[in-house]
Design a protein around this ligand. Structure first.
Ligand SMILES: Nc1ncnc2c1ncn2[C@@H]1O[C@H](COP(=O)(O)OP(=O)(O)OP(=O)(O)O)[C@@H](O)[C@H]1O
Length: 321
């Protein structure tokens, strides 16, 4: 049970769209279609302030699209949402970040060719009130640049990337890239940090450090919303879990409770309704979606048992033929 389980996060009956005691973000009737495909169809959802909320769901559930909409990287067909009481729908991404809501974005090819420090500078938002007159007065923006560099160095130190500041971001390991993405997001002093699969591609050596950093954001008063497939991570650090399937919110609750929910189990297994769970291959495919650690455990079990190993090899032979 999480420490925050002791606090009541919601008001009324728990379920999809439940009201929160202190929401930082409230979204209503948000839809996004691609051709005939409805990627997002969220009736109502509230994100609790100063909590860590996990957004989970099978592949293609609409999680990333919903993130993109909320942060102004994509436009909805319909819908409204407020952040800290201010209307945010239709506000472009760079302005969303200035208001205190920021998402990590993956290290793209072009960003990989910049140095670690250059990546950090990209994360700094322009100061409020900056205008053409300020731009014409170098002594003003030089101070700003100095302040940004100092802040970047402080953050890089915290994330143990300071010795890499002049290296190409491309030279970082998967885990270090995730740390850089998070450090870059913090350059704009956000109140709400949205992380898209923070654990993807991170080796076990850096897992603990990443988890610690995410918990640290909450300790510093921030709200965290993250998309993740790694159920171990969700159970470990989330205060609240929201489940999406086929564009809709299908379940919400405390992690300990929501993971037992039939709708959640169905949402994951739904993606594999054509999988034969009587086969080892089928079980591995489902486990992959639920928890990558589970797959590792299953694989270890199989390789330790010659009979199972032979069974899996036979199944794989059959599918290859
Ligand atoms: N730019 C796009 N053009 C067309 N279809 C898209 C686009 N972006 C997303 N989709 C579709 O919208 C649906 C939701 O995709 P989305 O990536 O948001 O799901 P997700 O829950 O983030 O999945 P994953 O866990 O695999 O990242 C999918 O059917 C996807 O194919």
């Amino acid at each position: 049970m999480n420490v925050n389980d002791a606090k009541q996060i919601y008001i009324g009956d728990v379920g999809p769209g439940v009201k929160k005691r202190d929401p930082i973000l409230i979204a209503d009737s948000v839809t996004r279609t691609f051709g005939g495909n409805t990627a997002v169809n969220v009736e109502h959802v509230e994100i609790p302030r100063n909590m860590i909320t996990a957004l989970i769901g099978p592949n293609g559930a609409g999680k990333t699209t919903f993130f993109n909409l909320l942060t102004g990287f994509d436009k909805p067909n319909s819908g409204n949402w407020t952040y800290d009481g201010q209307k945010l729908a239709g506000v472009p991404a760079f302005k969303v970040a200035r208001r205190g809501m920021v998402r990590t974005f993956q290290l793209t090819k072009s960003l990989a060719l910049l140095s670690v420090m250059e990546n950090m500078r990209l994360g700094a938002t322009k100061q409020k009130g900056e205008n053409i007159f300020r731009a014409m007065l170098p002594f003003l923006w030089r101070d700003q640049e100095k302040a940004n560099t100092a802040k970047a160095m402080e953050l890089l130190g915290r994330f143990k990337l300071d010795t890499k500041k002049d290296d190409y971001a491309a030279s970082l390991s998967g885990g270090q890239r995730k740390l850089l993405e998070m450090a870059r997001a913090l350059m704009s002093d956000p109140d709400l940090v949205m992380l898209d699969e923070p654990m993807a591609g991170v080796n076990p050596a850096l897992t603990q450090s990443l988890l610690g950093h995410i918990l640290g954001l909450k300790d510093q008063g921030m709200t965290v919303l993250f998309v993740e497939h790694d159920m171990h991570m969700v159970q470990t650090i989330a205060d609240w879990v929201i489940v999406m399937a086929e564009g809709k919110i299908v379940a919400e609750g405390y992690p300990s409770v929501v993971m037992q929910d039939q709708a959640v189990i169905d949402a994951y297994l739904g993606a594999h309704h054509d999988v034969d769970l009587g086969t080892l291959t089928g079980q591995l495919a489902v486990a992959e979606d639920i928890d990558p650690h589970l797959v590792e455990e299953l694989r270890e079990e199989v390789s330790a048992d010659p009979e199972l190993a032979e069974e899996l090899a036979e199944e794989q032979n059959r599918t290859e033929q």
